[in-house]
Write a protein that binds this ligand. Structure first.
Ligand code: AMP
Length: 183
């Protein structure tokens, strides 16, 4: 059973939902950088206020800051893990490779969840987070296409990419992921 996993895909594809479900059923750590950043926002610290502004513009938070969060959470973790929302660009992917090599926990599989763009937009509008209005959603999708999508080829070249059709019901998708984790 694979235990060092990454979920990749556009905002709204269901990464968070699937990552929580799979991590709970395997007692793995679910490391969502978006969730950890939102927790910092909720603390209303100076840093939190800066992060809030970036999240609500739909742009990406500074690579170094997110890397610190990831490092801290992985270093203190003794279980399997699922990364959700990290890395978001090639530079973050390179940093991650280095961190994981230092920890001796190489990434075993990357699940790429995808969905039709208009379904994504509709789903996000219905979700209703503070960064889920249509203008911000379009910015996030543009940034996704420009900076995050190249990671698909990056992990494909490493032979660890698995494509998951996100346009199915939750259970069918999680069964598919579980089956692919076992091989
Ligand atoms: P998410 O919950 O993954 O949709 O992330 C929400 C927001 O948090 C993103 O739009 C970014 O502003 C920020 N964020 C999350 N993960 C990262 C990351 N790996 N790098 C930079 N910014 C991030």
């Amino acid at each position: 059973m694979k235990k060092h996993l990454l979920f990749l895909g556009p905002p709204g594809a269901g990464k968070g939902t699937q990552a929580s479900f799979i991590s709970e059923s395997n007692a793995y750590l679910h490391l969502s950088t978006g969730e950890l950043l939102r927790q910092e926002v909720d603390k209303k610290t100076t840093l939190g206020i800066q992060i809030k502004e970036i999240i609500n513009s739909g742009k990406l938070v500074d690579d170094r800051l997110v890397l610190e969060i990831v490092k801290q959470n992985l270093a203190s973790n003794k279980k399997g893990w699922i990364l959700d929302g990290y890395p978001r660009n090639i530079s973050q992917a390179d940093s991650l490779t280095k961190v994981l090599s230092d920890l001796n926990q190489p990434l075993e599989k990357v699940f790429y969840l995808n969905l039709d763009e208009e379904i994504l937009v509709q789903r996000l509008i219905n979700r209703g987070r503070t960064d889920d209005n249509e203008k911000i959603i379009r910015t996030r999708l543009d940034i996704y296409k420009e900076t995050t999508q190249p990671l698909i080829a990056y992990y494909k070249n490493l032979n660890i990419l698995e494509y998951i059709d996100g346009d199915r019901d939750l259970k069918t998708i999680s069964d598919d992921i579980k089956q692919k984790m076992a091989s």
